[in-house]
Design a protein around this ligand. Structure first.
Ligand code: PGA
Length: 251
């Protein structure tokens, strides 16, 4: 049975006080289920508060939204993987489209962040996905493959490191737009990602879909067996609604 992963990307929302309140509500609303994991990616300033709030719940993980590749040093404003781990992070999100397109992060930079996160023993969620012009030009698979090659390819990651990787397929045109990919469209890309990962010896990597996932479309998306879970921005910001969303398909 696949073990679903529901990942909440809070982006630049919910400070420490709000994170504590949120998680108090959420943990009352959602009890542990063995068929799924729930991860939260709060802003770095809220990591410690969030980690503390879920410390009694092994099924709930907290992760950092981005890391810088150096472990420490004179890099004003940056957060490294070991510092995030010290604050309670168990995972890192790397290569999110907002890092790539708003902050201009390149494939080689994403790669350095992947290695930094895995070296700090964090689990990794690597985001990949094409823009609308790339999709319309029929370049979706070329772009996703380039991003996978750039971040994970060329050897250098052993089986233990690869086992800690999750890939999130997030078409840029679907993020925050209210326009989600159809389950079939997502599945077609997931199959390519799965084939690419199998070529690296990674057989059991979870592949998530992200982009305008909400309470209305989650059941249909998860009925597609290629989707091992979801990465959700906007619809993860309300603890009641997220508490409901993460129980999709639960008996
Ligand atoms: P969205 O964001 O759910 O608000 O579209 C998803 C993401 O950016 O991870």
């Amino acid at each position: 049975m696949r073990r679903l992963l529901f990942a909440a990307n809070w982006k630049m929302h919910l400070g420490p006080r709000e994170a504590r309140e949120y998680l108090k509500t959420f943990t009352l609303r959602y009890q542990r289920r063995d068929d799924r994991d729930v991860w939260f990616f709060p802003p770095a300033v809220s990591l410690e508060a969030a980690a503390q709030a879920v410390r009694d719940r092994g099924d709930l993980w907290v992760g950092v939204q981005d890391v810088y590749w150096e472990p420490k040093g004179a890099f004003t404003g940056a957060v490294s993987a070991p510092l995030a781990a010290q604050a309670g992070a168990q995972a890192a999100l790397v290569g999110h489209s907002e890092r790539r397109h708003v902050f201009g992060e390149t494939d080689p930079e994403t790669r350095k962040k992947v290695h930094a996160a895995l070296s700090a023993d964090l689990a990794l969620v690597l985001c990949v996905g094409e823009t609308l012009p790339e999709r319309e030009a029929g370049r979706t698979l070329a772009v996703v493959t380039r991003q996978l090659d750039g971040a994970l390819g060329g050897g250098g990651l052993d089986a233990a490191a690869l086992a800690r990787v999750t890939v999130a397929y997030e078409p840029v045109w679907a993020i925050g737009t209210g326009r989600n990919a159809t389950p079939q469209d997502a599945a077609a890309v997931h199959r390519e990602i799965r084939a690419w990962l199998a070529g690296c010896g990674a057989q059991r990597t979870r592949i998530l879909y992200g982009g305008s996932v909400n309470l209305k479309n989650i059941a249909e998306l998860l009925s597609e067996p290629e989707l091992d879970g979801v990465l959700v921005g906007g619809a993860s910001l309300d603890p009641e609604a997220w508490g409901q969303l993460v129980q999709t398909g639960a008996e």
